[in-house]
Design a protein around this ligand. Sequence first.
Ligand code: GAL
Length: 344
Amino acid sequence: MHMEKKLFGTTPDGQVVEAYTLRAGNLSATVLTLGGILQTLCVDGCDIVAGYDTVEGYLNSDGYMGALIGRYANRIRGGTFTMNNRVFTLNANEKGINHLHGGNVGFDKRIWTAVPAMMQGGEGLVLTLVSPDGEEKYPGTARVRVTYLLSPGCLAIHYEAVADRDTPFNMTNHSYFNLNGYDSGDIYDHTLQLYADRYCEVDADLIPVNIAPVDQTPFDFRRPKRLGDDIASAHPQIVRGSGYDHNYYLNQEESMKWEHYTLYRAAYLSAKKHTMRVYTNLPCIQLYTANFMGGPIPLKGGAPKCNQHAVCLETQFAPDGPNRGESILKAGESWDYTTLFALD
Ligand code: GAL
């Protein structure tokens, strides 16, 4: 089958990075073999995800733009946890203190193997990766497969993994959305609805310490609300995150079928130009309003990179799970989750 494939660039150590472009109806998506990065996502030609034009842009910035995140998305306190009565210590890549988004060289910086896959009414790309035993000090070899499927009106990301030893496991995609176009300014006028009654309060390191009701807080998005309304509120949790940077527990009430999976309504995001609905069978979502997005390297086409010009909706397991005895992928069992982004 024919799918557009281009050389995107090469890494400093000489690895080739390819870019595949998937098309379906009024949607197109470019996916890189570097980090499985979603480099573009266009609705009627309007590109709604932030990213870079070059490999250097991705490797020299720390925002994880569009990338697949693993082996454990978000933070693990001190990089350490106890599992099966043994203490494990992962690389502490965040300020030398905590483990963030898989470590120094997480799945976002690895080169994935890509194989195009034809599907009815759309196009797919199957990405695979072997994460060796000891990578970033994780136990066991993990074999990971992520499938991007683009069909008219919908991008699906299907995550599958198995490991030969028990290991923490938690994957997400870290896309920075702006539904008016990634270069169109701040996201304060985007309206967000989150199907979640509870969120995690965080400590100064942004690690959850407590689960709290969203009721009567700036975190209440149970009814659609402008992102800008409370993003600069004096609520101590907003101050701590410099905006929203918090995990929500999804209510998992309204569901839909996708293949043989039951996916739950997670979020609804709308702006002047486009709207997006997020469905997933993952239990949580990180709302991150790109509070540390700024930086010297410009975005695609030279567009300036500014804080809060995008919003991330990262479906996931709750951060720091291994320190609560959660989010351990047992040897030989399979990790199998899907997130859908329905676009208008
Ligand atoms: C988010 C995280 C933020 C920040 C960001 C990457 O998932 O919650 O605190 O680290 O990734 O810049």
